[in-house]
Ligand binder design. Structure first.
Ligand code: DX5
Ligand code: ZN
Length: 212
């Protein structure tokens, strides 16, 4: 069964705690926490103090997606704030190997992500050292964009590169109708923002994606 990771970027920021409790009670396993710095992506979201408050009051698996230029410097603060998984981008202008080692040394699971324009081959040097690959199925920066179906061959390629990889996550435009394409290609963790938080029936949306 797939793991569902609702992206709180589409949640109600005035009532985030209750939004998180709600999706956890409706079958979501992970909470996806999108961090944007206004440099790596053209948007700014939220960061360390928000994660610290949430993780202190709500027990969940915090799946932190760093869309920032300098994940090497900030990994420690996110780990301290309660991150369980820290994913950064292979395109970030930092030492990729050193960043993987740093996240690992902090006791977190390590994820590495590729933007739509980056080929799977960019991961070949690192894929054996991570717990998760996150394949972006939209250009990172904003929720509510249209799913890019042409990312499916890349998901397949990543699965072939490392068949035993525990998690292949997809992020962007994932909804009950698009989930089947990525599941078929080999993804098993589904980030879903608008399709969960804006759904009329969140429980139904989550269970449909789980069973895709
Ligand atoms: C995009 C973020 C996503 C986003 C997904 O940069 O990484 O996690 O919030 O939102 P939806 O599911 O609405 O496409
Ligand atoms: Zn994300």
């Amino acid at each position: 069964m797939n793991i569902i990771a609702p992206s709180i970027l589409s949640g109600d920021f005035a009532d985030l705690g209750n939004d998180i409790r709600d999706v956890l009670s409706k079958g979501a396993e992970w909470i996806h926490f999108d961090v944007m710095d206004g440099h790596f992506v053209p948007n700014i979201s939220f960061g360390i103090p928000v994660l610290a408050s949430l993780s202190k009051s709500i027990d969940a698996f915090y799946d932190v997606h760093l869309m920032i230029d300098d994940p090497l410097t900030y990994a420690k603060d996110f780990a301290k704030a309660g991150a369980d998984m820290i994913t950064f981008h292979v395109e970030a202008p930092v030492d990729t190997k050193a960043t993987i080692d740093e996240i690992r040394s902090l006791g977190c699971k390590v994820g590495i992500s590729v933007k739509p324009g980056t080929p799977a081959s960019a991961l070949s040097e690192y894929i054996n050292d991570v717990d998760m690959v996150l394949v972006m199925t939209v250009e990172p920066g904003f929720g509510g964009q249209k799913f890019m179906k042409d990312m499916c061959p890349k998901i397949r390629e990543i699965r072939e590169m490392r068949p035993d990889l525990e998690y292949v996550e997809v992020d962007g435009g994932i909804a009950p109708d698009t989930a089947k394409f990525v599941a078929e290609a080999g993804a098993n963790v589904f980030v879903a923002g608008s399709s969960v938080f804006k759904a009329e029936d969140r429980e139904k949306a989550i269970s449909e994606m789980k069973n895709a």
